[in-house]
Design a protein around this ligand. Sequence first.
Ligand code: ADP
Length: 388
Amino acid sequence: MDIRHIIPGCDGGQEVLIKVSGSGFLEDSFLSHSENFKRTLLSVYDGVYMTDRERRIVFWNPACERITGYTAGEVLGRKCSDDILNHVDMNGNSLCDSSLCPLHQSMEKGVPGESPVVVRARRSDGTRVAAEVSVAPLFGDDGVVIGGVEVFRDITEKQKLAEIKSRFLSGVTHELKNPLTIMQGFIELVLSGDTGEINQLQREFLDSALEEGDRFKRILDDLLDFARYEATEYSFVLRDVDLSSLLLQVAGSCSAEASRKQLAVSASIPGGILVFGDGHRLHQAFANLMSNALKYTEKGTVDIAAGISDSRAVVVVRDTGIGIPVEEQERIFDQFYRVDNYLSLNVGGAGIGLSIVKKIIERHGGSVSVRSQPGAGSEFTVTLPLKA
Ligand code: ADP
């Protein structure tokens, strides 16, 4: 049997023919017409393997052998879930169930995976290796999916570096927060009058010092959020998520801040919007967009609306706040970037929230964009692939 396959990413997709025997197992000359392509697959640094429709391995390159310790002879013809790769997520939950397996999902849908998935794959010695995997289906001559291909990259070193960076950041922020809290405690004590009378001017100065301390704390909290995100960047847990309920929860959790600022919050969210993702991370992303909308709006409304368009979930967070100048709109998603305006200065922050939102949404195969007019308000639009 011949497999016609479009290799994603090769100059817009290169079509190749792969020879597979009738039973779905690899023939000797699996790429008889393309020696170059065969050599490339055999020599690339990333692990590449192919399976038939039942997830039995039909091709296994030397990089797979280097990363997992299994030789081609040991794995060809066996299922990848048979104690070979046996992917689990970063929390140890099995991904081999067909509803969770990225490769199976890709074969079912007949399209490449939306974004790489981080897994822990089993090695021949029983240990596990952290790997970022990308998947795509393989098509037969008649256009029917007859197998799948998975490319996996060992991310052990990348992960270690992220952990060191995150430990350093959270250590530093904790160390800075403790003396700050003590200083604020002393200021409050003086303000309370317990240490003697203070005049009006002294009270105003001390109040300002307290406010500056709060602003500093918000920056440290942002840095802590960032450190936490970096530490767990590789542990997304993907499940079916009821996006409608999640968004209603996010909208509800904003009511206290909204009434403190006398802003009206409205939510227009139909039931039944389901996506496949990490509910905790998605909550974090939408809570951040809502919190920004409240932070950068002094009067008017903050709305969150959801719907389905072109087979994607679409969520819009809209406010009537200070808006963002056109030339800044691209950059606000960069790490540590803040627009230079009086509200940004007053509320405090480290310019991290939107960069995390972008990372989370893109990790789900989605997109986030902004439209805004200074003085009139901003509109952030998120799209996410629906559950298959
Ligand atoms: P932070 O709010 O901590 O500064 P973010 O990454 O969340 O960090 O946002 C980056 C910048 O984008 C903010 O400093 C602010 O200037 C601008 N911004 C974000 N959301 C809004 C909004 N809804 N309205 C106006 N400006 C916004």
